[in-house]
Design a protein around this ligand. Structure first.
Ligand code: DGJ
Length: 695
């Protein structure tokens, strides 16, 4: 919308429904003044307060946008640096602002040392999202060493405690929500693994009395795939503050004279209800975050070989699977792990990105050509950051993996992590992947990462603690370079499932693998957690046979759940009956009709499997003329049969037709959203897909 410059260095960032107000006081302190509903912009002012007593200073009480360590500011700071003379405090003065359209930059510099800190803000024009990042500049010649370098700080307005929604996930159980009340002290959500990981999430969602449709929700999410930290605290003044950024654990960052650095971005907003948060972030991410090559494109239905053939891939079985996949209507055939080096299990081969001639005697093109003949694109799996000790690459370059000479490097899944901060390693990875893409018709790369970093010795770096950041940056840079050279190739971020699906990854990768857990019942919960703050079209969801489960849900049920993201198929099609194949064909064809609604529409989470025993998710297009509703329940208790289904997101004044439970209806949007229609839910794996069309 607009950024208003008011008197006395007050800046009002106006978004569609909110004001975010910043000021700079007469002492040069950056001050946070308001975040929430819009007020008269002339009412905002900076209050000057005195110290409360000798123990509680006014600096402690200040609401700040970015807090440097120093003076009597004792709370969690966002930046801490050491200058060449060993002074470890920063003391800022205000230098001025720059306004460029919807971007505001406030420049501060140290009163003595040549350090400049610029706070950057971009206000959303058709939403309530404010993008923030911080620029650090060393304008001198001596290096400045940072011990902490966060992206942003937020002050929440209410003095009452907030509840923080985050996740406590795991491999196979990503995005499982937690809700924790913060009354006092601090609450930290973090990763120390070198990747954003499966456990906690790099965001805060702080709320009071909120549900899907109403209540105050403040959120901010960090676009960074490395070790992160989100630290929230509620202090003696009852102020709740949150800082987000690269984790300061085992962290250091050196800025040499003349260098500058931009922290990862944070996307933040204030909205009513979790549903509005998800819808705003979904649209925002499609427009502003996802790589431009595929952000507006509809994603294809893919087949992935992993669950069917695991490491046992070869030209015959892959062609067999491809033929069946094509028959069903699949558009992209992805061959997973096992095609390269001596990769017959997870103990060997990583690093040797050359086709295994025993499995593919005539090279990869025999398969790729057949896949193309069948009318599908071809995609391939790689895990470039890793190496097995049993590989030609490791035998030639044992020093390329992170290690300390005096420590044993842990082999998780029998693999070591390559030192991605080395130039030669980066060149090798770019080189082999570039060759692969240049020599074959490959339209999709699934980039996996199956273990976190450990024993992170990196002798090549003058400041080894920078490796946490540099590793992540190297991954982003290589993907960007490959995408620039091969613009028609899409990239998927996978990390043992959804271990690297943060918005930093999704700035470079076009989609993500959600979870290795493809059990449709578990997926209802996993996918809901994913949908909170990540764009739906990036959520890859496959229909598989989940061989580790005694009896998977019905095929219809599995499709119902997988069709709520970007659909994939991952079962062993060679074992499917004709009837199964027909079922797959039917749903893939239906998915193609509705996928734009799912991938680009607005999601309304109407019922929650954990709370309501039924999962109901409705997707509506921008014009509110088309909608699709997915209803699924794997089992209900207490003979619960009749459930009132109140729809959402429609236009009250339009009339719609729909068929539900075998009955046809024509009703107004107002009726559907206020009275609704009763559905009869019973039986194991009850599921229905309802399409709503405006008349
Ligand atoms: C982990 C991924 O999440 C799976 O989908 C599969 O690609 C395996 N790695 C292959 O090793």
């Amino acid at each position: 919308m607009a950024i208003h410059l008011c008197e006395n260095n007050i800046f009002v960032l106006e978004t569609k429904n909110t004001h975010y107000v910043i000021g700079v006081d007469r002492y040069g302190h950056n001050r946070h003044l308001h975040w929430g509903k819009k007020c008269d912009i002339n009412d905002y002012f900076i209050e000057y307060i005195g110290d409360e007593n000798s123990n509680h200073t006014m600096l402690d009480d200040y609401h700040q946008e970015y807090t440097p360590f120093g003076g009597t500011m004792y709370r969690d700071c966002t930046v801490k640096a050491e200058f060449s003379d060993k002074c470890r405090e920063i003391s800022l003065k205000y230098d001025g602002y720059m306004l460029d359209g919807n971007t505001l930059s406030l420049t501060f510099s140290d009163k003595v040392y040549p350090l400049e800190i610029i706070l950057n803000y971009k206000a959303g024009d058709d939403d309530d999202i404010i993008t923030r990042w911080t620029t650090l500049k060393n304008n001198g010649s001596d290096k400045i060493r940072f011990e902490k370098l966060f992206s942003a700080e937020y002050n929440l307005p209410s003095k009452k405690p907030y509840t923080f929604k985050n996740t406590n996930g795991a491999w196979g159980g990503e995005f499982l929500e937690t809700n924790s009340v913060l009354e006092g002290g601090s609450m930290v959500f973090e990763s120390r693994r070198g990747t954003s990981g499966h456990n906690q999430s790099p965001y805060f969602i702080a709320y009071q009395n909120a549900d899907e449709k109403s209540g105050d929700v403040y959120f901010a999410t960090l676009a960074y795939s490395g070790s992160f930290k989100v630290s929230a605290s509620r202090d003696l003044f009852r102020t709740t503050r949150v800082i987000l950024g690269m984790n300061d654990f085992d962290f250091a960052f050196e800025l040499l004279g003349g260098e500058s650095f931009e922290t990862p971005e944070v996307y933040s907003g204030y909205v009513q209800g979790f549903g509005e948060m998800s819808r705003q972030m979904n649209k925002f991410a499609i427009k502003n975050i996802l790589p431009k090559s595929f952000n507006k494109k509809t994603l294809p239905v893919l087949y992935n070989s992993w669950e069917a053939t695991e490491f046992n891939v070869n030209v015959q079985n892959q062609i067999g699977l491809a033929e069946r996949a094509a028959e069903m209507g699949v558009e992209l055939f992805v061959m997973d792990d096992g095609w390269f080096g001596k990769r017959n299990n997870d103990r060997a081969g990583l690093g040797d990105w050359f086709v295994n001639r025993e499995k593919f005697p005539n090279g990869l093109d025999e398969l790729i050509n057949r896949v193309n003949e069948l009318g599908m694109d071809f995609g391939i799996w790689v895990e470039p950051e890793m190496v097995n000790a049993d590989s030609d690459l490791f035998r030639a370059h044992p020093d390329w993996a992170y290690h300390y000479d005096t420590r044993t490097a842990s082999e998780l899944r029998h693999q070591l992590v390559l030192n991605m901060t080395r130039k030669d390693v980066q060149e090798y990875i770019f080189g082999v992947l570039d060759d692969l893409l240049s020599n074959h018709n490959i339209k999709y790369v699934k980039w996996d990462m199956n273990r976190p970093l450990s024993e992170t010795g990196a002798e090549n770096l003058p400041c080894p603690q920078m490796l946490w950041y540099l590793h992540t940056k190297a991954v982003y840079d290589i993907v960007d370079k490959l995408k620039a050279k091969h613009p028609e190739t899409a990239f998927e971020s996978c990390s043992s499932g959804g271990g690297r699906s943060d918005l930093g990854a999704l700035t470079h990768f076009d989609q993500a693998w959600t979870s290795d857990n493809t059990d449709a019942v578990d997926r209802m919960v996993i996918q809901k957690g994913y949908s909170l703050i990540r764009p739906i079209k990036t959520m890859r969801a496959w229909v598989t046979d989940i061989a580790w489960i005694i009896k998977p849900a019905t095929l219809d049920f599995r499709f119902n759940i997988a069709m709520q993201g970007s659909l994939g198929i991952g079962g062993n099609l060679l074992k499917y009956s004709d009837e199964d194949l027909e079922t797959c064909k039917k749903y893939i064809s239906l998915y193609k009709e509705i996928r734009d609604l799912v991938q680009f529409g607005d999601l309304y989470r109407i019922m929650d499997i954990d709370k309501d025993e039924i999962s109901v998710n409705q997707y509506v297009n921008g014009e509110k003329t088309e909608s699709v509703v997915f209803i699924a329940a794997n089992g209900t208790r207490f003979y619960k049969k009749k459930v009132p289904l109140i729809f959402d997101g429609l236009d009250e004044n339009r009339r719609y037709t729909l068929t539900i439970g075998g009955k046809q209806y024509e009703k107004s949007g107002a009726y559907l959203m206020n009275v609704g229609i009763d559905i009869m839910v019973r039986g194991a794996y009850y599921n229905e897909i309802v399409r709503i069309h405006s008349v």
